[in-house]
Design a protein around this ligand. Structure first.
Ligand code: 3SL
Length: 247
């Protein structure tokens, strides 16, 4: 870098990656944009729901709260635990729940509770802005970050506190698209995510077949969900943003 470039980089907003909600206490989200990501499948399903006529989404951590919201607001309920649809709710956690027309969803609100994704979202609420990211709406997240010009932290939902490949690879894809106007080089986590994305992007599907979550979903016969969740920019103008108590 030339001296002028270094001066410029120092004042660029940064992109950082939090690999698991368990690491969130190490990140100060105040003044920043949190991009919560659970590629498989919570944030992909939320983006799909809102892109297909759902009016808003209430993401909650607990199943009981999800059921209560359904009663209180007369909204649909969607819930998953350990990759399976939880019993007693209208929908599970498949994006196809909002596409297949099994239930009419247009014009309805949905309360959603999932094992990791909605929990990560609830834990990120101290950020200035909380948005939901997925490969499906990657460009919408990029456009929002460019307008905000604040530091971005990608909060990976992971799996029960552990690192997940697909969420981190998304962080790399986002960092790559922001690299011209954001500092993506001062966090080792972001550098690692960028390296993974470089490995993955030529064939994201083949690359992520190795991941533990894909193996888990395949054993639950949810492989068509996996393929759908990897579609880049399927909904480039859909950006779920947290407002008061909903997306
Ligand atoms: O953990 C979650 O939030 C879910 O997205 C997991 S699953 O894809 O439904 O298994």
């Amino acid at each position: 870098f030339a001296q002028d470039d270094l001066f410029y980089i120092r004042f660029m907003p940064t992109v950082d990656i939090c690999f698991s909600p368990e690491l969130l206490p190490l990140y100060d989200l105040k003044g920043k944009v949190a991009v919560v990501v659970d590629i498989l499948r919570a944030t992909s399903s939320i983006v799909t729901a809102l892109a297909n006529g759902v009016t808003h989404v209430f993401p909650v951590a607990e199943l009981a709260e999800c059921a209560a919201l359904g009663q209180e607001h007369g909204c649909l309920t969607a819930a998953e635990r350990d990759g399976r649809a939880a019993e007693g709710f209208d929908l599970g956690n498949s994006p196809f729940g909002y596409l297949d027309g099994v239930l009419p969803v247009r014009g309805r609100a949905v309360a959603i509770s999932t094992t990791n994704g909605t929990l990560a979202l609830r834990r990120s609420l101290s950020a200035d802005a909380v948005v939901v990211g997925a490969f499906l709406n990657l460009q919408a997240v990029v456009d929002f970050a460019q307008v905000q010009q604040k530091d971005v932290v990608v909060v990976c939902a992971g799996w029960k506190g552990k690192f997940c490949l697909e969420d981190t690879v998304f962080g790399g894809a986002l960092a790559e698209r922001l690299a011209d106007t954001f500092d993506v080089a001062s966090s080792d986590a972001t550098l690692a995510a960028l390296h993974l994305w470089q490995q993955a992007k030529a064939d994201l599907h083949a690359y992520l077949l190795q991941s533990s979550h894909v193996r888990r979903l395949n054993s639950l016969e949810a492989n068509k969900d996996f393929e759908f969740c990897l579609r880049l920019d399927e909904y480039p103008a859909t950006l779920p943003i947290w407002q008061a108590d909903r997306l």
